[in-house]
Design a protein around this ligand. Sequence first.
Ligand SMILES: Nc1ncnc2c1ncn2[C@@H]1O[C@H](COP(=O)(O)OP(=O)(O)OP(=O)(O)O)[C@@H](O)[C@H]1O
Length: 556
Amino acid sequence: MEYRFLRMGTKRKMEVDESESKEGDEPMQIDHEPSSSFKVIGQETFVSVKKIELTSSWVSSAVRFPGSIQDNLSELNSISGIRKGLMKKIRKHIPSWFPVQKAVLSVLIPSSVATPVLPSRDIAICAPTGSGKTLTYILPILNALEKADSISVFAIVIAPVQNLAQQIFEEFSKFNASGLKIVLLCGNRDYEVERRDLFSSESSLSQANVIIATPGRLVEHLVDLSGEIDLTGLRYLVIDEADRMSQSARLEWLNLVEDCANVRRTSTSIHDLLDNSHNRWLQKILVSATLSLDVEKLHMWNLRSPQLFHATLHNAKEIHSNKTVEEITVDSHDRIFLPDLLKHEVVTCELPTKPLVLFSWIKKHSEWKKVLIFANDRTSSYRLSLLLQFLASDQFVVNELSSNLFGKRRSKVLNRFKNGTIRVLISSDLMARGIDVQDIDCVVNYDHHKEDVRHFIHRAGRTARAGRPGFLLSLVTKPERLILKKLLVNANLWERVTEIRDTNEAITDEEQSHYKNALEKLQSKLENVPNESSSQKTNIRPMKKNTRSFKYNSRK
Ligand SMILES: Nc1ncnc2c1ncn2[C@@H]1O[C@H](COP(=O)(O)OP(=O)(O)OP(=O)(O)O)[C@@H](O)[C@H]1O
């Protein structure tokens, strides 16, 4: 049989010479397409072959659970093995388990208290935005660590942006029943304060039990030799928004963490798994709403026999009764999807009046108490926020949260949005992932990303969280509409769209002149303070002298 891969990935298109084709167990055949001609490598002739879609075994053997929260809640006592103190905290904050929690915690809670013989499998969790993934790793970590007497760091959680790290830290603190030392390390905090959090005055060995960090700041602390952070007993390494992290970095920080944690990079034999000279117990947990299931992309994480937990559009009854695993597995619609109760309207308008159309929608919908608008970059975010401020005048409060803001200013703006002081917040994609603000009524997709539907999914997912309803408004020009439609059709998300065409006739003379005034104010502001947005970027801390040098190894 001759195989030639046309597209590498989770689902691979494979050419198979039909005459020799045999069915094997792995990979699994899931789809046939009509026959067509292909040239055989090394030969002049074309032959007829069938294209076959394949799913790798780790995807086909994934643990499936419903992506929809409605009607799929489980009772808290359906998961056993949770320690008493922790259970008390859980009961205080949540009434039942969401589907992803029920699926993942049923595996991770028992293993958090058992004494294992062999190392655990690494975990990858893919479930929709706002479906409660954070607790799937917080609770096992807290359950495993009953007392704060460990000298080595027990768990590290990595998040791509400061505000998300901060949010995870707050969630950990909410459920911390046994006084564990949980330390937050991220760029918007004072480095020396973080140092004091890590080390008590009497010891140069860190007492932190759990560290939540952005990758860059974690590396800074690990290479700072003024104190030692012992990772040799590291049991959990969680990478939240894992697909975003793999795009942005070459994962040098991962090499450093693995080196400090004394982890063997490759385990090829049973002897390796039993080798006590290395940390055998580190379990990696990758989390995202848009995790790539492509084994080649996941290879960079160096996962040990990974187990996938994946949400499906099917509901609980179908999963547990009449559908076979194969039927559910092959549904490509399962890949990524939007929260159940998200309503999506696409409004087409002219480019010059786009800000005015946006302003009119916000003004018209006085029931929207929190509106989050996404622009593509900080310049666009800054300008749009100024223009909307001029348009809104004293009707409502508009602010901006982008990389234009540094340090504590970001958290301050975010808190004012959370408590409802700011009604309209304009953001670059800093806010797009993971950030959990209760009750955002409307998310506006104002600028658009062309290539990757994942940007769209994460932006949209800031509303309609935890099973609540939400509204997504995509404001598009005609060319943007075509691009967005193509992106969403490919992801099977266009069918949920309601389309509206906004014409300039609806704009009154009064609105026109108000808009003209606002544009003039914007122009004069930008002329008078040309570098205002960049001048805020001066908060750069000098490198410390006493640092460990470390070489990043390329992966073996
Ligand atoms: N079992 C539950 N019952 C009620 N609310 C819950 C439950 N679990 C989580 N929540 C709440 O749901 C919201 C969303 O949870 P979380 O932030 O963990 O979602 P997520 O899946 O990580 O989303 P994203 O992919 O956008 O990061 C949070 O406000 C959280 O407190």
